[in-house]
Design a protein around this ligand. Structure first.
Ligand SMILES: [Zn+2]
Length: 163
């Protein structure tokens, strides 16, 4: 599982001016000095979470800054690890890009999110908000970005699924 996480994160390496050093700890180890501290928990199977960029400095040193699932054999695991590490590098959601041409049916989006668990729904609901151009530094909108959520056709006004 550790090597799967390393491989996913290292896909970012050619695109950033950073050197990644990975340290695997046992449950009883108490080395908390990593800039990014990843906890693998089955509670995050099929999902993940991470603080954004240098916000990690505000997290107490004995707490994780990123949580990934333990379902490392699923195809989603690598996607989730790459997505969450993007957040760790300071990258926000692509579907919230100021130029994202997405037209959600908000009531359908809220209904759909209520069917998800509480933690996921909070994130999903916030996904309908867009960043103002003055809030972020941006590249052109990329609908294929690893940082873009997928949306079912049922929550889009044009009824076209966003993969
Ligand atoms: Zn995200």
């Amino acid at each position: 599982m550790f090597q799967t996480v390393v491989a996913a994160i290292n896909q970012w390496a050619p695109h950033v001016n950073l050197k990644f050093e990975f340290i695997e700890l046992d449950d009883n180890d108490e080395l908390y000095d990593g800039d990014i501290r990843i906890l693998l928990s089955h509670f995050k199977d099929g999902a993940g979470s991470s603080v954004i960029g240098t916000d990690a400095r505000d997290i107490l040193p004995h707490l994780p800054t990123m949580i990934l699932g333990t379902d490392y054999q699923s195809s989603f695991f690598t996607v989730a690890a790459m997505h969450e590490f993007g957040h760790a590098l300071g990258v926000e959601h692509e579907h919230q890009h100021p130029d994202a041409p997405l037209d959600w049916n908000l009531s359908a989006l809220y209904r759909d999110s209520e069917a998800r668990d509480n933690e996921a729904s909070g994130n999903y609901l916030s996904s309908s908000a867009r960043w103002a151009p003055t809030q972020i530094r941006q590249t052109p909108y990329d609908p294929k970005s690893i940082m873009h959520y997928a949306f079912p056709a049922s929550v889009m006004r044009d009824k076209i699924e966003v993969p």
